[in-house]
Design a protein around this ligand. Structure first.
Ligand code: CP
Length: 357
Protein backbone atom coordinates (compact mmCIF):
# COMPACT_ATOMS: atom_id res chain seq x y z
CA UNK A 1 0.00 0.00 0.00
CA UNK A 2 1.45 3.36 -1.04
CA UNK A 3 -0.14 5.46 1.68
CA UNK A 4 1.53 5.45 5.09
CA UNK A 5 -1.46 6.85 7.03
CA UNK A 6 -5.21 6.49 6.65
CA UNK A 7 -6.79 9.84 7.49
CA UNK A 8 -9.65 9.20 5.09
CA UNK A 9 -10.45 6.07 3.11
CA UNK A 10 -9.89 8.00 -0.13
CA UNK A 11 -6.19 7.95 0.83
CA UNK A 12 -6.32 4.43 -0.66
CA UNK A 13 -6.49 4.02 -4.42
CA UNK A 14 -9.42 1.99 -5.79
CA UNK A 15 -7.09 -0.94 -6.35
CA UNK A 16 -5.81 -0.73 -2.76
CA UNK A 17 -9.34 -0.47 -1.38
CA UNK A 18 -10.56 -3.48 -3.37
CA UNK A 19 -7.46 -5.42 -2.25
CA UNK A 20 -8.28 -4.63 1.41
CA UNK A 21 -11.92 -5.66 0.91
CA UNK A 22 -10.80 -8.95 -0.67
CA UNK A 23 -8.24 -9.57 2.05
CA UNK A 24 -10.92 -8.93 4.70
CA UNK A 25 -13.07 -11.57 3.01
CA UNK A 26 -10.15 -14.06 2.89
CA UNK A 27 -9.47 -13.49 6.61
CA UNK A 28 -13.16 -13.94 7.47
CA UNK A 29 -13.26 -17.26 5.59
CA UNK A 30 -9.86 -18.59 6.76
CA UNK A 31 -8.98 -16.84 10.05
CA UNK A 32 -6.44 -19.51 11.03
CA UNK A 33 -4.24 -18.62 8.05
CA UNK A 34 -3.73 -15.12 9.48
CA UNK A 35 -3.45 -15.79 13.21
CA UNK A 36 0.29 -15.08 13.40
CA UNK A 37 0.96 -12.54 10.66
CA UNK A 38 1.46 -9.61 13.09
CA UNK A 39 3.36 -11.49 15.78
CA UNK A 40 5.80 -9.08 17.47
CA UNK A 41 3.88 -5.99 16.33
CA UNK A 42 2.15 -3.55 18.69
CA UNK A 43 -0.93 -1.43 18.05
CA UNK A 44 -1.64 1.68 20.14
CA UNK A 45 -5.27 2.74 20.49
CA UNK A 46 -5.35 6.38 21.68
CA UNK A 47 -9.00 7.20 22.30
CA UNK A 48 -9.69 10.74 23.55
CA UNK A 49 -13.43 10.08 23.04
CA UNK A 50 -15.69 7.16 24.05
CA UNK A 51 -15.96 4.13 21.78
CA UNK A 52 -17.13 0.54 21.87
CA UNK A 53 -16.88 -0.79 18.31
CA UNK A 54 -13.95 1.09 16.83
CA UNK A 55 -11.63 0.65 19.78
CA UNK A 56 -12.52 -2.96 20.50
CA UNK A 57 -12.53 -4.03 16.86
CA UNK A 58 -9.09 -2.47 16.35
CA UNK A 59 -7.87 -4.27 19.45
CA UNK A 60 -9.41 -7.64 18.58
CA UNK A 61 -8.18 -7.24 15.01
CA UNK A 62 -4.57 -6.91 16.20
CA UNK A 63 -4.93 -9.70 18.78
CA UNK A 64 -6.42 -12.04 16.16
CA UNK A 65 -3.43 -11.31 13.91
CA UNK A 66 -1.06 -12.38 16.70
CA UNK A 67 0.02 -8.87 17.69
CA UNK A 68 -0.42 -7.04 20.99
CA UNK A 69 -2.02 -3.76 22.06
CA UNK A 70 -1.43 -0.77 24.34
CA UNK A 71 -3.24 2.53 24.73
CA UNK A 72 -5.78 4.56 26.66
CA UNK A 73 -9.53 4.98 26.37
CA UNK A 74 -9.64 7.96 28.71
CA UNK A 75 -7.01 10.67 28.21
CA UNK A 76 -7.48 11.72 31.86
CA UNK A 77 -5.60 8.52 32.76
CA UNK A 78 -2.63 9.57 30.62
CA UNK A 79 -0.28 12.56 30.69
CA UNK A 80 -2.74 14.39 28.46
CA UNK A 81 -4.33 15.28 31.82
CA UNK A 82 -1.08 17.07 32.75
CA UNK A 83 -1.20 19.16 29.59
CA UNK A 84 0.88 17.03 27.21
CA UNK A 85 0.44 18.07 23.59
CA UNK A 86 -0.79 15.79 20.84
CA UNK A 87 2.60 16.14 19.14
CA UNK A 88 4.50 14.89 22.20
CA UNK A 89 2.07 12.06 22.93
CA UNK A 90 2.28 10.82 19.35
CA UNK A 91 6.07 11.15 19.17
CA UNK A 92 6.46 9.06 22.34
CA UNK A 93 3.83 6.42 21.52
CA UNK A 94 5.21 6.17 17.98
CA UNK A 95 8.54 5.17 19.54
CA UNK A 96 6.90 2.33 21.47
CA UNK A 97 4.59 0.86 18.85
CA UNK A 98 4.23 -0.10 15.19
CA UNK A 99 0.88 1.48 14.34
CA UNK A 100 -1.47 4.00 16.02
CA UNK A 101 -5.26 4.26 15.83
CA UNK A 102 -6.43 7.63 17.21
CA UNK A 103 -9.86 9.06 18.02
CA UNK A 104 -10.08 12.69 19.09
CA UNK A 105 -12.94 15.19 19.38
CA UNK A 106 -11.08 17.86 17.39
CA UNK A 107 -11.44 17.90 13.60
CA UNK A 108 -8.16 17.14 11.83
CA UNK A 109 -6.51 15.60 14.92
CA UNK A 110 -5.45 12.46 13.05
CA UNK A 111 -3.90 14.54 10.27
CA UNK A 112 -1.98 16.48 12.93
CA UNK A 113 -0.85 13.24 14.60
CA UNK A 114 0.39 11.89 11.27
CA UNK A 115 2.67 14.93 10.92
CA UNK A 116 4.71 13.76 13.91
CA UNK A 117 4.39 9.97 13.88
CA UNK A 118 7.16 7.61 12.77
CA UNK A 119 4.57 4.82 12.38
CA UNK A 120 1.28 4.63 10.45
CA UNK A 121 -1.61 6.64 11.92
CA UNK A 122 -5.19 5.56 11.33
CA UNK A 123 -8.00 8.04 11.92
CA UNK A 124 -10.51 6.33 14.22
CA UNK A 125 -12.76 9.42 14.15
CA UNK A 126 -11.86 13.12 14.36
CA UNK A 127 -14.75 15.10 15.79
CA UNK A 128 -17.58 15.54 13.32
CA UNK A 129 -15.16 15.34 10.39
CA UNK A 130 -14.26 11.83 9.16
CA UNK A 131 -14.26 8.17 10.22
CA UNK A 132 -12.50 6.14 7.52
CA UNK A 133 -12.43 2.73 9.19
CA UNK A 134 -16.19 2.95 9.73
CA UNK A 135 -16.40 3.53 6.00
CA UNK A 136 -14.20 0.49 5.46
CA UNK A 137 -16.67 -1.42 7.64
CA UNK A 138 -19.54 -0.07 5.52
CA UNK A 139 -18.01 -0.93 2.15
CA UNK A 140 -16.94 -4.41 3.26
CA UNK A 141 -20.55 -4.93 4.36
CA UNK A 142 -22.02 -3.57 1.11
CA UNK A 143 -19.60 -5.55 -1.04
CA UNK A 144 -20.51 -8.76 0.75
CA UNK A 145 -24.24 -8.11 0.96
CA UNK A 146 -24.87 -6.53 -2.47
CA UNK A 147 -21.79 -7.51 -4.50
CA UNK A 148 -21.07 -3.99 -5.72
CA UNK A 149 -20.16 -0.44 -4.65
CA UNK A 150 -21.53 1.35 -7.73
CA UNK A 151 -24.98 1.95 -9.23
CA UNK A 152 -26.57 2.18 -5.78
CA UNK A 153 -29.32 4.42 -4.43
CA UNK A 154 -28.25 5.15 -0.87
CA UNK A 155 -30.41 6.98 1.63
CA UNK A 156 -28.47 8.63 4.46
CA UNK A 157 -30.70 9.75 7.29
CA UNK A 158 -30.25 11.71 10.52
CA UNK A 159 -27.42 13.99 11.61
CA UNK A 160 -25.73 14.58 8.27
CA UNK A 161 -24.02 17.74 9.54
CA UNK A 162 -22.09 16.20 12.43
CA UNK A 163 -22.08 12.54 11.36
CA UNK A 164 -18.46 11.82 10.44
CA UNK A 165 -19.40 8.34 9.21
CA UNK A 166 -21.72 9.92 6.64
CA UNK A 167 -19.04 12.30 5.39
CA UNK A 168 -16.46 9.54 4.96
CA UNK A 169 -18.93 7.14 3.34
CA UNK A 170 -20.08 9.69 0.76
CA UNK A 171 -16.48 10.65 -0.03
CA UNK A 172 -15.60 7.03 -0.74
CA UNK A 173 -18.78 6.01 -2.59
CA UNK A 174 -18.48 9.16 -4.75
CA UNK A 175 -15.36 7.61 -6.25
CA UNK A 176 -17.52 4.80 -7.68
CA UNK A 177 -19.78 5.33 -10.71
CA UNK A 178 -23.42 6.28 -10.73
CA UNK A 179 -24.24 6.23 -7.02
CA UNK A 180 -27.28 8.31 -6.06
CA UNK A 181 -27.33 9.80 -2.56
CA UNK A 182 -30.70 10.64 -1.01
CA UNK A 183 -29.88 12.93 1.92
CA UNK A 184 -32.64 12.84 4.53
CA UNK A 185 -32.35 15.38 7.35
CA UNK A 186 -33.87 18.43 8.97
CA UNK A 187 -32.76 21.81 7.52
CA UNK A 188 -30.52 22.32 10.59
CA UNK A 189 -28.58 19.07 10.07
CA UNK A 190 -27.88 19.05 6.32
CA UNK A 191 -24.59 17.78 4.89
CA UNK A 192 -21.62 20.24 4.81
CA UNK A 193 -21.09 22.12 1.56
CA UNK A 194 -17.66 20.57 0.98
CA UNK A 195 -19.26 17.11 0.81
CA UNK A 196 -21.83 18.39 -1.72
CA UNK A 197 -18.95 19.81 -3.76
CA UNK A 198 -17.27 16.40 -3.76
CA UNK A 199 -20.45 14.74 -5.08
CA UNK A 200 -20.89 17.48 -7.69
CA UNK A 201 -17.35 16.86 -8.94
CA UNK A 202 -17.97 13.09 -9.22
CA UNK A 203 -20.04 10.80 -11.44
CA UNK A 204 -22.67 10.57 -8.70
CA UNK A 205 -25.71 12.68 -7.79
CA UNK A 206 -27.54 13.79 -4.63
CA UNK A 207 -30.96 14.98 -3.58
CA UNK A 208 -31.89 16.50 -0.20
CA UNK A 209 -35.32 15.58 1.14
CA UNK A 210 -37.07 15.95 4.53
CA UNK A 211 -39.05 12.65 4.60
CA UNK A 212 -37.72 9.17 5.35
CA UNK A 213 -41.04 7.55 4.39
CA UNK A 214 -40.98 9.20 0.94
CA UNK A 215 -37.41 8.07 0.27
CA UNK A 216 -37.97 4.47 1.32
CA UNK A 217 -39.28 2.81 -1.91
CA UNK A 218 -36.28 3.97 -3.98
CA UNK A 219 -33.46 2.79 -1.75
CA UNK A 220 -30.98 -0.07 -2.21
CA UNK A 221 -29.32 0.93 1.07
CA UNK A 222 -30.60 2.90 4.05
CA UNK A 223 -27.82 4.30 6.25
CA UNK A 224 -29.38 5.46 9.51
CA UNK A 225 -27.40 7.62 11.96
CA UNK A 226 -27.95 8.91 15.46
CA UNK A 227 -28.23 12.59 16.31
CA UNK A 228 -24.76 13.43 17.64
CA UNK A 229 -25.68 14.86 21.04
CA UNK A 230 -22.05 15.58 21.96
CA UNK A 231 -21.61 17.97 18.99
CA UNK A 232 -24.49 20.34 19.91
CA UNK A 233 -23.94 23.69 21.61
CA UNK A 234 -26.90 23.13 23.99
CA UNK A 235 -29.20 20.34 25.18
CA UNK A 236 -32.22 22.30 23.88
CA UNK A 237 -30.84 22.29 20.34
CA UNK A 238 -30.23 18.54 20.56
CA UNK A 239 -33.73 17.82 21.87
CA UNK A 240 -35.28 19.76 18.97
CA UNK A 241 -33.57 17.32 16.56
CA UNK A 242 -33.81 14.04 18.40
CA UNK A 243 -36.66 11.69 17.46
CA UNK A 244 -37.47 13.39 14.13
CA UNK A 245 -36.49 10.30 12.09
CA UNK A 246 -37.31 6.84 13.42
CA UNK A 247 -37.16 3.68 11.30
CA UNK A 248 -39.92 1.25 12.29
CA UNK A 249 -41.75 -1.71 10.76
CA UNK A 250 -44.42 0.54 9.31
CA UNK A 251 -41.90 2.54 7.26
CA UNK A 252 -40.10 -0.65 6.25
CA UNK A 253 -43.26 -1.87 4.49
CA UNK A 254 -42.51 0.73 1.80
CA UNK A 255 -38.94 -0.54 1.22
CA UNK A 256 -37.55 -2.94 -1.38
CA UNK A 257 -37.45 -6.57 -0.27
CA UNK A 258 -33.64 -6.68 -0.62
CA UNK A 259 -32.81 -3.22 0.74
CA UNK A 260 -29.96 -3.30 3.28
CA UNK A 261 -30.19 -1.30 6.51
CA UNK A 262 -26.85 -0.11 7.84
CA UNK A 263 -26.03 1.98 10.91
CA UNK A 264 -22.55 2.74 12.23
CA UNK A 265 -23.95 2.37 15.79
CA UNK A 266 -24.36 3.20 18.60
CA UNK A 267 -28.12 3.39 18.11
CA UNK A 268 -30.13 5.60 20.44
CA UNK A 269 -33.77 5.49 19.33
CA UNK A 270 -33.64 6.12 15.57
CA UNK A 271 -34.21 2.42 14.74
CA UNK A 272 -37.00 0.63 16.56
CA UNK A 273 -35.74 -2.58 18.18
CA UNK A 274 -38.36 -4.63 16.27
CA UNK A 275 -36.45 -3.80 13.04
CA UNK A 276 -33.48 -5.82 14.35
CA UNK A 277 -35.37 -9.01 13.45
CA UNK A 278 -36.02 -8.01 9.84
CA UNK A 279 -33.69 -9.80 7.37
CA UNK A 280 -32.81 -6.44 5.83
CA UNK A 281 -31.20 -5.20 9.06
CA UNK A 282 -27.43 -5.65 8.67
CA UNK A 283 -26.05 -3.34 11.36
CA UNK A 284 -24.90 -6.04 13.72
CA UNK A 285 -23.28 -8.10 10.94
CA UNK A 286 -21.68 -4.78 9.90
CA UNK A 287 -19.76 -4.61 13.21
CA UNK A 288 -18.18 -8.02 12.53
CA UNK A 289 -17.30 -7.15 8.93
CA UNK A 290 -15.57 -4.11 10.43
CA UNK A 291 -13.23 -6.20 12.51
CA UNK A 292 -12.12 -8.17 9.42
CA UNK A 293 -11.73 -4.92 7.49
CA UNK A 294 -9.49 -3.52 10.22
CA UNK A 295 -7.43 -6.74 10.28
CA UNK A 296 -6.83 -6.37 6.55
CA UNK A 297 -5.98 -2.68 6.86
CA UNK A 298 -3.50 -3.26 9.70
CA UNK A 299 -1.79 -6.00 7.66
CA UNK A 300 -1.41 -3.82 4.58
CA UNK A 301 -0.23 -0.73 6.52
CA UNK A 302 2.42 -2.71 8.38
CA UNK A 303 3.79 -4.22 5.17
CA UNK A 304 5.39 -0.95 4.03
CA UNK A 305 6.05 0.70 7.37
CA UNK A 306 9.58 2.13 7.65
CA UNK A 307 9.45 3.82 11.11
CA UNK A 308 10.72 7.14 9.73
CA UNK A 309 9.86 10.42 11.43
CA UNK A 310 8.23 12.83 8.96
CA UNK A 311 10.15 15.93 7.82
CA UNK A 312 10.57 18.42 10.68
CA UNK A 313 10.37 21.69 8.79
CA UNK A 314 6.80 22.39 7.78
CA UNK A 315 5.91 25.63 5.99
CA UNK A 316 3.12 27.58 7.68
CA UNK A 317 0.54 29.78 5.96
CA UNK A 318 0.10 33.33 7.37
CA UNK A 319 -3.66 32.73 7.92
CA UNK A 320 -5.16 30.46 10.61
CA UNK A 321 -8.18 28.18 10.20
CA UNK A 322 -11.38 29.80 11.51
CA UNK A 323 -13.17 26.56 12.44
CA UNK A 324 -13.30 26.54 16.27
CA UNK A 325 -13.47 22.72 16.18
CA UNK A 326 -10.25 22.45 14.13
CA UNK A 327 -7.29 20.87 15.92
CA UNK A 328 -5.24 24.00 15.12
CA UNK A 329 -7.47 25.96 17.53
CA UNK A 330 -6.21 23.92 20.52
CA UNK A 331 -2.72 22.74 19.42
CA UNK A 332 -1.27 26.16 18.62
CA UNK A 333 2.18 24.96 17.47
CA UNK A 334 0.63 23.26 14.42
CA UNK A 335 1.55 24.94 11.13
CA UNK A 336 -1.37 26.40 9.15
CA UNK A 337 -1.79 24.36 5.99
CA UNK A 338 -4.38 25.19 3.34
CA UNK A 339 -5.14 24.15 -0.20
CA UNK A 340 -6.40 26.78 -2.61
CA UNK A 341 -9.96 26.27 -3.86
CA UNK A 342 -10.15 29.02 -6.49
CA UNK A 343 -11.00 32.67 -6.05
CA UNK A 344 -10.18 33.83 -2.53
CA UNK A 345 -11.13 30.52 -0.89
CA UNK A 346 -8.74 28.45 1.23
CA UNK A 347 -9.54 24.97 2.60
CA UNK A 348 -7.85 23.83 5.80
CA UNK A 349 -5.90 20.62 5.23
CA UNK A 350 -6.67 19.36 8.73
CA UNK A 351 -10.44 19.86 9.02
CA UNK A 352 -11.63 20.89 5.51
CA UNK A 353 -12.85 24.20 7.02
CA UNK A 354 -13.12 27.09 4.57
CA UNK A 355 -12.01 30.66 4.89
CA UNK A 356 -11.49 33.62 2.62
CA UNK A 357 -8.09 35.21 2.13
N1 CP B 1 -19.29 3.24 14.84
C1 CP B 1 -18.54 3.70 15.86
O1 CP B 1 -17.65 4.51 15.66
O2 CP B 1 -18.86 3.19 17.08
P1 CP B 1 -18.05 3.51 18.41
O3 CP B 1 -18.24 4.98 18.72
O4 CP B 1 -18.66 2.62 19.46
O5 CP B 1 -16.61 3.22 18.16
Amino acid sequence: MKTKNVLDLTDLSHQELMDVIKLADDIRKNPGDFSGVCRGKILATLFYEPSTRTQMSFQTAMLRLGGTIIGFDNPQNSSVAKGESLKDTITVVGGYTDIIAIRNPMEGAAAAAAMYSPVPVVNAGDGGHLHPTQTLTDVVTLHNELGRLDNLTIGLCGDLKNGRTVHSLIKTLSTFKNNRFILISTPELTIPQYIKDIINASECTYKEIPSLADAMPKLDVLYMTRIQRERFASEEEYLRQNGVFVLDKEKLRRAKKNMKILHPLPRVDEIDVEVDYDDRAKYFEQTVYGMYGRMALIMRLLENSDRKFPARVMPTHPFRCKNPKCITSTEHYLPSVFREAGGDMLICKYCDGRRLI
